[in-house]
Design a binder for this molecule. Sequence first.
Ligand SMILES: [Zn+2]
Ligand SMILES: [Zn+2]
Length: 272
Amino acid sequence: MRGDDTVTGDIHVHSKYSTDSDTPMEEVVRQAIQMGLSYVCFTDHIDYDFPYEDIIFDFDVSDYMKEIGELRDRYGDRVKILAGVELGLQEHLGPKYRQLLRDYPFDFAIGSQHLVGGKDPYYPEVFDGKSDSFVYRQYFEEMLTDLKAFHEFDTLGHLDYIVRYGQTKARAYSYRQYADVIDEILKLLVRYNLAIEINTAGLRKQLGFPNPHPDVLRRYRELGGTLVTMGSDAHRPHAMGFAFDTAKEILRSCGFTHTVYYEKRRPVFVKL
Ligand SMILES: [Zn+2]
Ligand SMILES: [Zn+2]
């Protein structure tokens, strides 16, 4: 266990291995060193069977591991470089993801719901003819289904990510409004010994809170959850570590004493 108050790191960072990022891995590592981070974890996107023919969220994991190894050789004395992945959840993908996690020596795996009704909510037409609250509820229900089907990852990414894309954003959203289904998700996280993520991209995207909302983090804690991972979801280096001081304040106010990062798929506790 590392208990040094000054230790911090960003464990949700994308590079050019993600279809939606151009950032060279080396830039991420240099930025981490410049910011004085103690550890940084690449979590590039794998979303098998993404429902758009022209958009593939997948990469050559052997190349990825090789490049991370080279960066460790060059910079590993200045920052701990971890190899993670962000897996896009769909009910039928469990067997493929289990195999992937067996085949490669990942340090960390985030499970993230990126779809609703088989579509990417990044595209506004997903909300056409439906209320935001209808789509938000559908999203949480699908997350619950997907989590029951596959939960051999380490942390649940940006639990209320859908709220970033609604036409009314957070106006149709409170934890209380969806507490029935969100509680089921949180209880499963506790039962499966999974962490929850505080993802500061919600703050960066002017949502007014991180993903998930502090009320959700507080509820996870109330239900017995103690494992929380912290990440910026940066797709460009300047966004790394965004609002981590605010995130730490929120976590303390929700009753957490530590964050965790994962090394060789095991949690390492870092005092808040
Ligand atoms: Zn994501
Ligand atoms: Zn991400």
